[in-house]
Design a protein around this ligand. Structure first.
Ligand SMILES: NC(=O)C[C@H](N)C(=O)O
Length: 330
């Protein structure tokens, strides 16, 4: 039964290697608990999604903040966005470097500027002016990210396929013991007790991307959208595909036409797959607290907190529940 408040998070759509599945699942459950605790303490939907995404950025298991994928030159450039469904206010940063929590910087763009998105050096200057500390780039880079960067420097490598399908090709099926995959963008959507809706998304982008590449995550309507009248969406997947179909706004459009959160999510993702051959996933909420976590990729780590239950899953069709107060789970 839908009820308020509610919060849903994702840890990225793609191919998640078996040995990383547990960590990925545990991290989203933890972030959902953190965000939900904020809502239960009377926090706003915007506070809750910012806290949940900050928690995931700080977790090196995901492609956001520490743990981000590297650009083709081995640097870290991150995109993040927040949106407030009450006023349609939004803030984003793109290609930002040496910041531990881009989602918090995106929120400052929303709250302290008259703009919607700041990029690269300009975003860094703004961070400095706001007193946001710069961190050494090395502190954002994990051994795992460096290993995947190296593997995809090969001219024959296909980084998009590597992220979405773990290197699977028609002639070479996925090796479930491989260490590829893990697309790992993070995001959250929430409705608070007052019925206000918000969303946030944060990412290191696509593996071995060109420097200066801006993905869907920094673009309103693509990497996020929230409107109190309709609902909110935070997507993950191949950013160029998400942008071509403006996935977040498209899903909300389907909801405006009368579709449920789940039907609209499936319809939007199917359209992206058919029209531009893009795979991805989304978390969605509507104003009543109905929610969905859907994906066309092999996996997406997700978790939702509502009432006294924590819901979560990783593979298609998986839906586990446990009491929200149980700190361990399976
Ligand atoms: N990991 C992701 O979901 C990637 C992100 N959507 C991007 O293209 O930047």
């Amino acid at each position: 039964m839908p009820s308020l408040p509610v919060l849903v998070v994702h840890g990225g759509a793609g191919h998640i290697p078996k040995d990383r599945a547990q960590i990925s699942c545990a991290g989203v459950r933890e972030a959902a608990r953190v965000g939900y605790a904020c809502l239960q303490a009377g926090g706003s939907a915007m506070d809750a999604v910012t806290e949940a995404v900050t928690n995931l950025e700080n977790n090196p298991a995901y492609n956001a903040g520490r743990g981000s994928v590297l650009t083709q030159h081995g640097t870290v450039e991150m995109d993040a966005i927040v949106m407030d469904g009450r006023t349609l206010a939004s803030g984003a940063v793109s290609a930002v470097r040496r910041i531990a929590n881009p989602v918090q910087l995106a929120r400052l763009v929303m709250e302290k500027t008259s703009h919607l998105c700041l990029t690269a050096e300009g975003a860094s200057h703004f961070a400095r002016a706001m007193g946001v500390p710069e961190v050494p780039e090395e502190s954002l880079i994990t051994e795992y990210a460096r290993m995947r960067w190296r593997k995809n420097l090969d001219p024959d490598a296909n980084p998009v396929q590597c992220m979405m399908m773990g290197g699977e090709t028609p002639s070479a099926p996925v090796d479930t013991h491989d260490t590829e995959g893990k697309i790992g963008t993070v995001g959250a959507v929430a409705v608070d007790a007052q019925g206000n809706i918000a969303c946030a998304t944060s990412t290191g982008g696509m593996l071995n991307k060109m420097e200066g590449r801006v993905g869907d995550t920094a673009c309103i309507g693509c990497g996020a959208y929230a409107d109190n009248h309709v609902g909110a969406v935070s997507p993950t997947g191949h950013g160029e595909a998400i942008m071509k179909v403006t996935l977040s706004r498209l899903i909300l459009f389907y909801m405006e036409q009368g579709k449920s959160a789940q039907e609209a999510a499936d319809q939007g993702l199917a359209y992206m797959k058919d029209r531009v051959q893009g795979l991805g996933g989304v978390v969605v909420v509507d104003p009543r607290g109905d929610w969905a976590a859907r994906f066309t990729s092999a996996q997406m780590a997700w978790a939702a907190a509502q009432g006294d239950q924590l819901h979560y899953g990783l593979y298609v069709g998986e839906h586990f529940t446990q009491p929200i107060t149980d700190p361990k789970g399976p």
